[in-house]
Write a protein that binds this ligand. Structure first.
Ligand SMILES: *Cc1c(COP(=O)(O)O)cnc(C)c1O
Length: 227
């Protein structure tokens, strides 16, 4: 498994490099989040040995178990799944970046917990729901200015950019308009902020459209057997 992960990582990094070059960007502007959800700590250890530095997890409890096995300081830990308010305190202790901030209420709570837990800074990205899909989380475009304004008043939360999980299309070209729109919003609201977009099947397109975080699971670890 370790060799496979090593090969896959090197292939993904190569693709990042080429996509960056193609769009006149520097490859080091693009950070790879290795999406390790559902995979056991052993696999994360192997990926660390193979050069992974940032892990993306979507569930607080699952991440908690893995982080205590691997070590909080051995990697950067990013939350990429929806955060329930009752898990916010745990999340503040576990994660370096939260990609899925999606309400003023959650922001208020995280800010308060950072103060209580004496965490001086927590990097957050706001998840945007551009497609208006009822099943997806994220703020609607219209509600973004309000949340952004609130974040400017926060002392501990550091508003670092935007994130999107677009609708799934086999053909990455169909996702491109979502990436373009997220970038426009970023340019309006938080110029030079991070853009967390692109997964295994569409991260090249996302990079062409300006992604600074790509979240790649399957292309590194293979198919997941559970959700
Ligand atoms: C699972 C997941 C990914 C990774 O998806 P792959 O298709 O396996 O690369 C990226 N982002 C989020 C939010 C996810 O939940």
């Amino acid at each position: 498994m370790e060799n496979l992960i090593r090969e896959n990582l090197s292939e993904v990094k190569g693709t990042i490099q080429r996509a960056a070059q193609k769009s006149g960007r520097r490859a080091d502007e693009i950070k790879l989040v290795a999406v390790s959800k559902t995979h056991p700590p052993e696999v994360l250890r192997q990926s660390l040995a193979a050069g992974a530095r940032i892990f993306g997890e979507n569930k607080v409890q699952e991440a908690d178990r893995k982080i205590s096995e691997i070590g909080r300081d051995k990697a950067a830990w990013h939350l990429i799944g929806h955060l329930q308010t009752n898990k916010a305190r745990r999340a503040v202790k576990l994660f370096d970046v939260i990609h899925t901030l999606d309400s003023v209420e959650l922001a208020e709570r995280l800010e308060r917990i950072c103060i209580e837990e004496e965490r001086s800074q927590l990097s957050v990205l706001v998840q945007i729901d551009l497609a208006g899909e009822a099943t997806k989380n994220g703020v609607k475009e219209n509600d973004l200015p309000n949340l952004a304004a609130f974040l400017q008043t926060c002392e501990r939360l550091k508003f670092d950019g935007l994130m999107i999980i677009p609708p799934f299309y086999e053909d990455a070209e169909q996702v491109r308009p979502f990436f373009k729109r997220l970038r426009e919003l970023r340019d309006e609201i938080i110029p030079n902020g991070e853009l967390s977009m692109g997964m295994s099947h569409d991260f090249e397109t996302a990079i062409e459209e300006g992604a600074t975080f790509v979240r790649v699971g399957t292309a590194i670890f293979g198919q997941r057997h559970t959700q």
